[in-house]
Design a protein around this ligand. Sequence first.
Ligand SMILES: *Cc1c(COP(=O)(O)O)cnc(C)c1O
Length: 360
Amino acid sequence: MSRAYNFCAGPAALPAEVLLQAQQELVDWRGKGLSVMEMSHRSDEFVSIATTAEKDFRDLLSVSDDYEVLFLQGGASAQFSMVPLNLLRGKKSSAYVNTGIWSQKAIAEAKKYCDVAVVSSAESTKFSEVPTQETWSSVSGAAYVHYTPNETIGGLEFDWVPEVDGVPLVADMSSCILSRPLDISQYGLIYAGAQKNIGPAGLTIVVVKKDLLGGALPLTPAMMDYKIAADNASMYNTPPTYAWYLSGLVFQWLKRLGGLDVIGEINRRKAEKLYNAIDNSEFYANPIKVGSRSRMNVPFTLRDDALNGVFLAEAERAGLLNLQGHRSVGGMRASIYNAMPEEGVDKLLEFMSDFERKHG
Ligand SMILES: *Cc1c(COP(=O)(O)O)cnc(C)c1O
């Protein structure tokens, strides 16, 4: 077997151990004579897969019974609508923080349903720095406050949790969920598309405080109503069963590894190595201010953009895939989610240093 190191921002690398387990169970799941993909979502077998996955997810994040954990579809992008549809609850305005492209997409969608106050924006620093809380406008009166703890494209990450004076705090954690310890009790709702740090595309996880449910706007489609999803154990219709199962295997892998403290430390080390190498080089650069840098998505440029194509081609030959930066940023981006082993980052550093020696 030959596995490359895949630095794709999403759909992203999955742990090899998990893929091998899925392969082993693919055709005949635990002697039942069928694949998980072929099971009724109402069968005892699948219900046990689903409830085990939820339990393991709750264990990892210490999610209390005050919260529902929902397994939905539509990606994080569907949440851009579901959050206002469900959480306005009679209020007319919401508060958003703009730290980059994903924040902006969430804001554009929310504007269809309510007044949006952008209480803080990183625009003045060209999205190179998370704006400190002292610079934010007041969030009082807003139905909720929405922010994006990790901007996957720009590579900007909060290393603190906003204070919101009792207003429900909502976070798009698509690219940072399960990457480090998190105190869920500080949030009203968090959501994440699975394809970055959870499992395969097609599944979206929402964790929502129970007391926020039940007030969706009357025109809310049934498929977008959290209360309906919760009342039906995320099986109001057919859920993405295989993605749910595979995500469950990832949760078990994380638990075996030692949970979020352990993976958080590994992730801290991986990112630190990579940023150190970039900062210590005259050839590579990262535009984000120290303290606001993402641990998951590390964008970097080469001194000469004309070398980008050569860099990518040589990297691919060295078994380092998908390092091209987002089209809106250019340059390179190394996404180093949970499933990227530290050896993968070491290999990348070795390659970058060789490349600099050859072309610098
Ligand atoms: C990838 C991503 C999205 C979009 O996710 P989809 O599941 O494709 O809708 C939204 N927000 C963030 C922070 C992301 O990283």
